[in-house]
Design a binder for this molecule. Structure first.
Ligand code: ADP
Length: 169
């Protein structure tokens, strides 16, 4: 059974096996949590991302997929980069958001990671409504077939924390 825990704070301060990054498809860094991870994790993460781009993802990492790199100077072994969908009013992209959580856990299992920290993917710059993003995150992790012992959702502010707390008993 995977334990789901909630923390309000900065994901770059977590001590876990793997930290999930809400990346963009270029894998070359961006704003929000992506910027924070590259800033605190140092240049080794970007160097790995560039190698992945050159070897596999010249056109970018597709939305809903996930890849792992070193965690550089972060207190973790790996960063798992996943590309969330931009929220759309007219198209239901929920399955792509669920895929981010599922594929990240798949990478974690391949690596043997037992503790994994997730941000609230797509709920920042990509505009996903927080309550719905929290529901998809918690339901997907609950239903996942994974050997990960702890999934820790690290929520940046109180509003995000409360939204996730409402999804847990
Ligand atoms: P996206 O492009 O997937 O929306 P963002 O980084 O803009 O990614 O936002 C995703 C979520 O991460 C938002 O809820 C945002 O408040 C949160 N966030 C931003 N910085 C951090 C951080 N250092 N630690 C944890 N969560 C963060």
């Amino acid at each position: 059974m995977t334990r789901i825990t909630l923390v309000q704070g900065d994901i770059t301060r977590q001590s876990v096996d793997a930290i999930v990054n809400a990346a963009n498809s270029s894998l070359l860094g961006g704003g929000g949590v992506d910027g924070a991870i590259h800033r605190r994790g140092g240049p080794a993460i970007l160097a790995d991302c560039r190698k992945l781009r050159a070897s596999h993802y010249g056109k970018g990492l597709p939305t809903g997929q996930a890849v792992a790199t070193t965690a550089g100077d972060l207190d973790a072994q790996w960063v798992i980069h996943t590309v969330g969908p931009v929220h759309s009013q007219s198209l239901d992209r929920s399955e792509l958001l669920a895929s981010c959580y599922r594929e990240s856990l798949r990478r974690a299992d391949e690596l043997g990671a037992r503790t994994v920290a997730f941000p609230a993917i797509s709920t920042g710059i990509y505009g996903w409504p927080m309550d719905d993003g929290a529901r998809i995150a918690v339901e997907t992790v609950r239903d996942a077939d994974t050997a990960v012992d702890e999934v820790r959702f690290v929520l940046f502010d109180e509003r995000a924390y409360e939204a996730f707390a409402r999804q847990l008993p």
